[in-house]
Design a protein around this ligand. Structure first.
Ligand code: C2E
Ligand code: MG
Ligand code: MG
Ligand code: MG
Length: 278
């Protein structure tokens, strides 16, 4: 009886796993074709100085539109890109496109405007990564200090020595580094102190809490304090209402990204948005 049960649950699990793996493989092939057929595109979300309500930069966010016109969110396809290795080419394309776009923005007269680009773990640890950043800078001719690479806190935990030395090399190229989704990755504070980074991005989960009565944004406040004592810049993600913006400014955080100011915009909409908000 027990044996029978085991056997049937075994085949149940393998069948389920088979479905899951097939679905992943299907997504992977679809993603590869989408990339080759240029159905991936990039949107840009403005980053704001809340004191003046003026933009100083933007974050590049990748999008996938299928042939049926369905939009697949990056949270769904970035893991597949990572797992399949496609992230190396996709990430490099995002980085290069963002650099060339920033040059155009600079040519409008916005000389110090910044561009943030997300970098995934697999991309960062790839042997060609530093060279691909150097190439993107050289080929676009963009000022390195206007490019900001966003790494995640969990990356800081995997191979500390490799991370420290890679960050030093990126810093010597002149690019800026921020830690995305800060507060969600459980990295140790003593470790953070050793990393040569410029900025912390408060995860939107902590910004979200600010509105709730149960929690007056104590974690967001703590991250702002931490950034101040480490002499780092700080930006809040996912700011959706004025109440959150006011609390953040009261905590000492003046930079924000969120629907209160703008959702991520395609290239053309970014240009008209910038014209209205400068
Ligand atoms: P992220 O880097 O933390 O980006 C912020 C996410 O929050 C974006 O989701 C953005 O659209 C969303 N967001 C911005 N403001 C608000 C707001 O006020 N309210 C709410 N609810 N959401 C807001 P998105 O574009 O879906 O991207 C999700 C994640 O996918 C990104 O999180 C990033 O980790 C990853 N991702 C996106 N593009 C790339 C890329 O080019 N390369 C890599 N490696 N990862 C990427
Ligand atoms: Mg990001
Ligand atoms: Mg984030
Ligand atoms: Mg995120």
């Amino acid at each position: 009886r027990a044996k029978e049960l085991n056997r049937s649950s075994y085949s149940y699990f393998t069948r389920e796993m088979g479905v899951e793996i097939r679905e992943r493989v299907r997504m992977m092939h679809a993603l590869r074709s989408a990339f080759e057929e240029k159905r991936l595109f990039i949107v840009y979300q403005p980053q704001i100085d809340m004191r003046t309500a003026k933009p100083f930069g933007t974050e590049a966010l990748v999008r996938w539109k299928t042939e049926d016109g369905e939009l697949i969110p990056p949270d769904k396809f970035i893991p597949i890109a990572e797992y399949s290795g496609l992230i190396i080419n996709i990430g490099e394309w995002v980085l290069r496109s963002a650099c060339f776009e920033l040059v155009l923005i600079h040519e409008l007269g916005l000389r110090d405007f910044r561009m943030s680009v997300n970098v995934s773990q697999a991309q960062f640890s790839h042997p060609h990564f530093l060279q691909s950043v150097a190439n993107a800078l050289a080929d676009s001719g963009v000022s390195p200090h206007c490019l900001e690479l966003e790494i995640t806190e969990s990356m800081a935990m995997t191979d500390p020595d490799f991370l420290v030395s890679s960050l030093e090399k990126l810093k010597s190229m002149g690019v800026r580094i921020s830690i995305d989704d800060f507060g969600t990755g459980f990295s140790s504070l003593s470790h953070l102190q050793k990393l040569n980074v410029d900025k912390l991005k408060i995860d939107r989960a902590f910004v979200n809490e600010i509105a709730a009565d149960t929690n007056d944004g104590s974690i967001a406040k703590m991250i702002v304090k931490l950034s101040q004592s480490l002499c780092l810049e700080v930006i809040a993600e996912g700011v959706e209402n004025q109440e959150q913006a006011n609390s953040l400014m009261a905590f000492g955080c003046n930079q924000a990204q969120g629907y209160l100011y703008s959702k991520p915009l395609n290239k053309l909409d970014l240009y008209s948005w910038l014209q209205k908000h400068l």
